[in-house]
Design a protein around this ligand. Sequence first.
Ligand code: GLP
Length: 241
Amino acid sequence: EPIVTVLDDAAAVAAAVAEHVSRAVRQKPTLTLGLATGNTFRDVYNELIARFKAGEFSLAEAKAFNLDEYVGLPHGHPGSFEAYMQHHLFEHVDFAPGNARLPDVSAGDIAAACAAYEQAIVAAGGIDLQLLGIGRNGHIGFNEPGSPFDSRTREVPLTESTRTANAVDFPPGEMPPPMSVTMGIGTILEAREIVLAATGAHKAEALQQAFHAPISTDCPASALQRHGKVYIYRDRASLGA
Ligand code: GLP
């Protein structure tokens, strides 16, 4: 059973997730984090940066692997998750150079780069704490509905609904690319601990399917029911009507 904390609003969720991460880093300064992007995590990273600046913890010995990245964007494109991570976290904290990475989507051989990413995670000792958001169709990372629960880091197409939802992070008139690289559901399930953050009424249905319905590949996040250590931080709005 996941450990669920329901908070008043998105700000309280962000603070609680940041506190969870801060505590984990203080306990294990060498920990390996799995990092997520999206709107929900903008607020989480702001809270985390505030705690870092207050001297609560250092990430100098920590490592991080992001869940996913678009394929085919020019380097430095503002819609890329690399740009997101730079702006919203990396340039404000003290990860050592090279210790915070995203899937390498610029490689000529993407499949080989995906295998190398998996190997790098293993070499880092595996992911201690994986942060996750949830898409409105129940996706985790970019594992869209139908993704096998034993999937690994790989190139996958995005659904129209995900591209439309994420278009807000792109310049006006520009859509996110049709392809991405994401850690697999199998990769995610190997993390020792998982923290999922979700806020807003538009996440109610996905959360319902993920945690209060039978496990199904129709809802990728329902795979988390198979993991023994999942913490969910959600706001009241995400409980739905
Ligand atoms: C994106 C990301 C996911 C994220 C999800 C929800 O597509 N690839 O990792 O969890 O969308 O994002 P948001 O918090 O913006 O709703």
